[in-house]
Design a protein around this ligand. Structure first.
Ligand code: OGA
Ligand code: ZN
Ligand code: ZN
Length: 409
């Protein structure tokens, strides 16, 4: 068991800067040949010292000692740039000395252009939102065998999925291992209360609404989970020969932007009204009672939409909000559902297709179909999580950047 070293953890009171000092950004200006000066807050530089007392290269991580009694009023006493070594040298008021490679500083420069570059190229690719009418233009096919054998095809698929929220994989074999093989190429499958792979087909007495032949209106999968699966994959093994079983898809983040612009009050209501999502039942031997309470539209700290929750069958009859919030929510939701339909697209997958989409962003569904003994629709589903997809994308990107660099062996 991990034994905490009490001496290390005995935090002395931090020395805090005075209220006037706290308002000062106190920037260290670093000249850089042929480029604009770089700027770094002094406290950030002190926190990110690269010496062996402050940083452990083998784990690529910061050591915590400085934070045992953080002096937020620490100041630069002297700074210089060693042009031969290409390093910034700093002496600090707490007696410490630091050196920072200029190349390392360039990647972390606080300029707006550099922050944007980092977010777009390293954090996550910028999402491009679409309406149903644009769908044909952004629709791109990927081929199963290429994804399994070729890293650059894999990278293109995951990048397209991150940017547009949907990608269609073609020519997968009609066997039960396809989703596992694809998931393993990304990292690993996400298990849920319905197991790892799940079969969507009409089942008499089904315990889940999706397992009926009835129309399945636009929804996100599993809104009743706090940690809902990020990417849904649906592999068509057999398609209904009846006119139904048509896929419906809409970019709900696009719908959110329409609402933000044109229906600002309904937008606010859908962002601020918590809704109870629920799934109660059993699958095999597992009995479950899942509830998650969250709005339909979920925004991040910068006001960007990061998650949609929506499923008519899986919205609980419990609605744990004050009564005066109920009717406005229904009014707002009617607008959202109407817009989602207006901006949706439809197509029908054929056996061997794997439809992959962002389950935080897109709403999906299918039209009803007729199933008989001779005409059986069978879709196999599975999930992977976005953390795993983004991680894989960054690893693929670094590997392709290294292999294409002129210095690579
Ligand atoms: C589901 C689902 C789609 C389909 O099972 O959640 O969205 O085409 N199925 O049957
Ligand atoms: Zn240090
Ligand atoms: Zn679904």
């Amino acid at each position: 068991m991990f034994q905490a070293d009490r001496r290390d953890l005995s935090c002395q009171p931090s020395k805090l800067a005075s209220p006037q000092e706290q308002d000062q950004p106190r920037l260290v200006q670093v000249p850089d040949a042929d480029r604009q000066d770089m700027q770094f807050p002094d406290i950030w530089l002190r926190d990110n010292c690269r010496c062996k007392e402050c940083y452990l290269p083998q784990t690529l991580s910061r050591l915590p000692q400085l934070w045992n009694h953080l002096d937020t009023s620490v100041r630069v006493l002297r700074q210089s740039v060693d042009l031969d070594q290409e390093v910034l040298c700093v002496e600090w008021s707490d007696g410490h000395a630091s050196q920072y490679p200029l190349s390392w500083l360039r990647e972390r420069d606080f300029s707006s252009a550099n922050r944007q570059r980092y977010l777009r190229d390293f954090y996550r690719p910028e999402q491009k939102l679409w309406s149903g009418l644009d769908f044909e233009h952004m629709r791109q096919m990927f081929y199963y065998q290429e994804l399994i054998t070729c890293d650059s095809a894999l990278q293109q698929w995951l990048h397209h999925l991150a940017v547009f929220g949907v990608a269609l994989v073609k020519e997968a074999p009609l066997d039960m291992d396809v989703l596992r093989s694809l998931s393993n190429r990304v990292g690993f499958m996400r298990r849920t209360t319905y197991g790892e792979e799940f079969s969507v087909r009409a089942q008499p007495g089904a315990s889940n609404y999706a397992y009926l032949a009835a129309p399945l209106p636009l929804h996100t999968d599993m809104p009743y989970f706090e940690y809902l699966p990020g990417v849904t994959m649906l592999h068509t093994l057999e398609q209904s020969a009846s006119p139904g079983g048509v896929n419906l898809l809409a970019d709900a983040f696009y719908v959110v932007e329409v609402m933000r612009e044109r229906y600002s009050e309904q937008f606010r209501v859908l962002c601020q009204t918590p809704v109870d999502w629920a799934d109660i039942g059993s699958d095999g031997d597992l009995h479950f009672h899942n509830i998650w309470r969250a709005p339909v539209i979920n925004l991040d700290a910068e006001g960007r939409c990061v998650r949609i929750n929506h499923s008519i069958p899986q919205r609980d009859s419990h609605f744990s909000v004050p009564v005066e919030q109920v009717r406005p929510w229904y009014e707002a939701m009617a607008t959202f559902v109407g817009l989602a339909h207006e901006h949706s697209c439809r197509f029908k997958t054929t056996p061997g297709d794997v439809l992959t989409f962002d389950n935080l962003r897109l709403v999906h569904g299918r039209t009803g179909y007729d199933d008989t003994d001779r005409n059986v629709r069978h879709i196999l589903g599975a999930f992977v999580d976005w953390d795993i997809v983004y991680s894989r994308l960054r690893v693929l990107r670094s590997a392709s950047a290294t292999s294409s660099s002129p210095d690579a062996p």
